[in-house]
Design a binder for this molecule. Structure first.
Ligand code: GLU
Length: 419
């Protein structure tokens, strides 16, 4: 790829994965050249008045990778590591993710480089509203629909919805997903990603003939995804032996007391003061001997450097892009069964899609309906990927990418090149 502004280590990794899948599919080079780069990439200045009166200019991004299947869709990340390259990679993965699970949506991602933990509620609100105003003409229910991601939540979505609605002169709930229920959010969105990860783990365990009630698991990340995975795995009888958040982690071979853990984390929003188990680092957590490892934090956690030391049987990627291509090759040799990110963590965007549909129809579903439909979609996608991986004799990641990319490519061929 030519040197372009949106290139960095993470976007190179996403493009590298794409290239391998495109070669295996025998994709038309005229399509591949378009899919390797985003349709549109925005960098905006977000001047924000801080509580002390000073104006701080944050940098915000929104990258829209491809919308051939429907409006761009993807989260908004608030984290110090956010960059144009990272957001571009995440936007590309959203395109394949939506396509893989059969949603009529494209792929996008946005973010602001900031540490939300250091901002007051007032500062967060001002920054979010100004960011929304900066990208207002490029988002919309039929154009691009943001959602939560790392460092953002339903309150941030509510401010985006309000800012957009004020500009339009009427309420537009369908502009974002992951909103509070009170303003058009859906039941089950907060739990959706974590639940989806667990549904795919159940399918993987069935396929491998593994009894989950005899399994152990370690989870990296204790946010919206990790904490729900811990709860749901614990509910179905998996022994949770390790957890970690950005402050570090805890380990107990006999299983951590999950009810206490969830209670403390819900009060303190951190695992720092957790009084049980042995203290471990994030790096040590990844190398624990366990049946199921769930990275549910940042990308590029499993690399050439540590992949050889992983001791899990199933790797379920709650995070986006946690495993580098070099690590993938090592895991293949070690016979680790990888449930790739675009499949394992697709539950979030699936329920976002349900939220968008409900808002457009002004008709809301029960949580039971949502959970059942979510499960049906993920189970079907899991088996499509498994079948492709067996038919083509490729690992699950490549199979998932091939299905996702192929659907997008076919749609592009039908629509042609407008020039
Ligand atoms: N941020 C989530 C993801 O990476 C959800 C995106 C959405 O719901 O649009 O899949």
């Amino acid at each position: 790829m030519a040197t372009t502004e949106w290139r960095n280590e993470t976007s190179d990794m996403a493009v590298q994965q794409f290239d391998v899948a495109a070669a295996k599919l025998g994709l038309d080079p005229n399509l591949a050249v378009r899919l390797r780069r985003p349709d549109r990439a925005m960098v905006v200045s977000v001047p924000t008045r801080m509580d002390d009166g000073r104006v701080n200019v944050f940098t915000g991004y929104r990258v829209q990778h491809n919308d051939v299947l429907g409006p761009f869709k993807g989260g908004l990340r608030y984290h110090p590591s956010v960059s144009l390259g990272e957001v571009s990679a995440l936007a590309m993965w959203m395109t394949w993710k939506c396509s893989l699970v059969g949603l009529p949506l494209g792929g996008a991602k946005g973010g602001i480089a900031c540490d939300p933990a250091e901002l007051s509620r007032n500062e967060l609100q001002s920054m979010t509203r100004r960011y929304t105003a900066e990208i207002l003409n490029f988002i919309g229910p039929e154009i691009d629909v943001p959602a939560p991601d790392m460092g953002t939540n339903e309150q941030i979505m509510a401010w985006i919805m309000d800012t957009y609605s004020q500009h339009k002169g009427h309420a537009v709930p369908e502009i974002v997903t992951g909103k509070p229920i009170a303003i058009g959010g859906t039941l089950g969105r907060r739990e959706a990603t974590g639940r989806g990860v667990v549904y795919t783990i159940i399918e993987a365990a069935n396929h491998l003939g593994v009894d989950l009630t005899k399994c152990t698991a370690a989870i990296q990340g204790f946010g919206n995804v990790g904490s729900v995975v811990v709860k749901e795995l614990n509910d179905i009888g998996v022994r949770i032996i390790g957890v970690a958040d950005r402050t570090g982690g805890f380990y107990d071979a006999n299983g951590l007391p999950i009810a206490r853990l969830l209670e403390i984390a819900s009060q303190t929003h951190s695992l720092e003061a957790f009084p049980f188990g042995q203290k471990i680092t994030n790096a040590e957590l990844l190398e624990l001997k366990c049946d199921i490892l769930v990275p549910a934090a940042l990308e590029m956690q499993i690399t050439q450097e540590n992949a050889q030391r992983l001791q899990c049987r199933i790797l379920a990627e709650g995070a986006n892009g946690p495993t580098t291509p070099e690590a993938d090759a090592i895991l293949r040799d070690k016979d680790v069964f990888v449930i790739p990110d675009i499949l394992a963590n697709a539950g979030g965007v699936v329920v976002s899609y349900f939220e968008w549909v409900q808002d457009l129809q002004n008709f809301f579903w029960t949580e039971e309906e949502i959970t059942r439909k979510l499960r049906d979609i993920l189970v079907k996608a899991f088996h499509e990927v498994l079948q492709m991986s067996q038919k083509e004799n490729v690992e699950m990641r490549l199979a998932a990418l091939m299905i996702g990319i192929d659907r997008v490519a076919r749609a592009m061929l039908w629509r042609g090149l407008y020039a």
